[in-house]
Design a binder for this molecule. Structure first.
Ligand code: PEP
Ligand code: CO
Length: 456
């Protein structure tokens, strides 16, 4: 029998990205300290397993075939300070509730992928930030530095790589414990209520659905004369932007009795729009790993670029390997998306189409606060469904920035949050997130749209 071949990809190795231009990387002042941290990281246990990664790939392939729908959501940037039981539990609850709404309304299984347990590195529009004549490195996420505007906080610190790994492990450990312990059991959806259920304008519709699901389960169990145990188990996968390439490389491993290399820091790494250059380091790194890979597609990317990415990242057109996450903006999607969808369709490429209606719709208020309007988020999603329908393809997932907390970062929604509401509970260090009510409302709108009903 042949031994597993660790590297079947020509010219690729976990560090081959270092021969390419790597944009958006932290500049560590002490190279020796960085090397020491990376050596330590390389010897640490992985956060996920290759089997789980393969399971997700199979489910993404099913979503490509229209049999499942992918819900990917979580913080724009996780922060170390948010590694608390309440914040993790609430984020899980809101994702569970949204997926319940979707399963019920779409009659399709939903794959849940959190933007969590590793979403600590952020691309920035500038390397440096100046305030009152003082210039410091930009905040690049808790894995690199800290947000406070002091020299000490902003200098990239390699020890934070170790902390990021530890915080990811804590988060994942708690999520796994909750899920395995029956937290997501459909017999008890009331366990995952957030207090919005009592106060939200949507509470009636949600409660009705939960009751109907409870009824159906009891009905089937009466018929079968047994408890349907599998309802106690759901899968949860993790994802983060594969931005900090030294960190990703240190967790790129071979696995006994498996071919190839896996990034075992997350199930689904993705390439952001700022790092998607065809000959850049991020694409080179992702080329060689066996994980499914997400690619953000922005309005400035043309069809050759997108097809080039597919050739490079999935030359064999493997099902479940590529998730194309388009994020065009409500005003641009109708013009920018169809040519790309048609080119990928005409090339006969297998991809999962996912819409991120957040990142093309970021704006600043007159006082400089970053926000997003719920109506623009919803409009982009609506148009995404329409474009895919017109092209004979289908939208198989959504990618959202959200939190289980009652923040006021995005405007609009059923409570019609306004500019003056933003200051009340604005917590994000980076992009504005949907709060739990807005997230649930969006899930309901997605379902109505899918069902073909006119969205009110
Ligand atoms: C993000 O997902 O937080 C992000 C930076 O997205 P994009 O690369 O699409 O701008
Ligand atoms: Co973001």
């Amino acid at each position: 029998m042949n031994a597993p071949a660790p590297n079947l990809i020509a010219g690729w190795s976990p560090d081959s990205w270092q021969t390419r231009t790597a944009v958006q990387q932290a500049k560590y002042p002490d190279a020796g300290a960085l090397d020491a941290a990376l050596a330590e990281l390389s010897g640490m246990p992985p956060l996920v397993t290759s089997r789980e990664v393969q399971a997700l790939k199979t489910q993404i392939a099913a979503a490509q075939a229209g049999k499942m729908f992918v819900l990917q959501g979580g913080d724009c940037a996780e922060s170390f300070a948010d590694t608390t039981p309440d914040i993790i539990t609430n984020r899980l609850k809101v994702l569970l509730q949204m997926s319940l709404v979707m399963v019920h309304g779409m009659k399709k299984r939903v794959v849940r992928v959190g933007r969590f347990a590793g979403q600590y590195a952020k691309p920035r529009s500038a390397d440096l930030e100046t305030r009152d004549g003082v210039t410091l490195p930009s905040y690049r996420g808790d894995i690199v530095n800290a947000p406070a505007f002091t020299a000490e906080a902003r200098v990239p610190n390699p020890r934070l790589l170790i902390r990021a790994h530890a915080r990811s492990a804590m988060t994942l450990n708690f999520v796994r414990g909750l899920i395995d312990g029956g937290f997501a059991d459909l017999h008890h959806p009331e366990f995952w209520d957030l207090d919005w259920v009592a106060h939200s304008p949507h509470s009636g519709a949600y409660q009705q659905m939960v009751d109907a699901i409870g009824e159906s389960i009891r009905f089937m169990e009466t018929l079968a004369d047994k408890t349907i145990g599998d309802f106690g188990r759901v899968d949860f996968f993790t994802s983060h932007e594969a931005l900090h390439l030294h960190y990703e490389q240190a967790q790129t491993r071979t696995v006994p009795r498996q071919d190839g290399w896996y990034n075992l820091s997350t199930h689904l790494p993705w390439i952001g729009v700022r790092t998607a250059e065809l000959d850049g380091a991020h694409v080179e790194y992702c080329r060689g790993i066996r994980n499914p890979v997400g690619i953000k597609i922005g309005p400035s990317m043309d069809t050759d670029w997108v097809l080039g990415l597919l050739d490079t990242l999935n030359p064999d057109d493997e099902p479940g390997r590529i998730v194309l996450i388009h994020r065009m903006g409500a005003g641009k999607i109708a013009d920018a998306l169809p040519p790309i969808v048609e080119a990928v369709r005409d090339a006969g490429r297998q991809v999962l189409w996912m819409c991120d209606p957040m990142h093309g719709n970021t704006e600043s208020t007159s006082t400089g606060v970053k926000t997003r309007k719920f109506d623009n988020i919803r409009a982009e999603l609506d148009t995404a469904f329409d474009v895919h329908q017109a092209c004979g393809t289908h939208l198989g997932g959504v990618h959202l920035e959200l939190t289980g907390e009652n923040v006021t970062e995005c405007m609009g929604g059923a409570r019609d949050l306004t500019e003056t509401d933003l200051s009340r509970a604005y917590k994000s260090q980076v992009d504005p997130r949907l709060n739990y009510e807005q997230a649930l409302e969006l899930a309901m709108l997605i379902v109505r749209k899918q069902a073909g009903a006119t969205v009110p």
